[in-house]
Structure formats: C-alpha cells, structure tokens
Ligand binder design. Sequence first.
Ligand SMILES: [Cu+2]
Length: 66
Amino acid sequence: MSETILKIEGMSCNHCKAAVEEALKEVAGVIGVQVDLAKNQAVVSGSPEHAAMVKAVDEAGFKVVE
Ligand SMILES: [Cu+2]
C-alpha cells in the first residue's frame, strides 16, 4: 500500500478539513485519508488515480497545488 501526500490550498478550518477528507474517501482506491490543516496537506493511503483525487478536491471547493 502506498501513501500520497497532496498539498491543498484553501483549507482554513475543521469544516474544510472534514470536507476534504470526505471527498477523498469517496475516490476509488482510497483506503484512508488524514488531513493536516496546519501543513495544508492530505496524506492519502491506497492506490487511487492522482487525477481522480485532484478532481474530488476541486469539486469540494479546494485546490491541489502539488
Ligand atoms: Cu473551513
């Protein structure tokens, strides 16, 4: 199982954090998601397609910057 770190722009509170976690958990291949608000990043475990994660985050109203 691999882990991917996504840098995400636009998260400012725990509501944002929860929204991003929910969105990423819906992506096929994702096993777990841990968002770190202070670091503006999400650690995703599993083997999802990168593009699918970017799209899910975008649809939740945030942006993957890296
Ligand atoms: Cu928020």
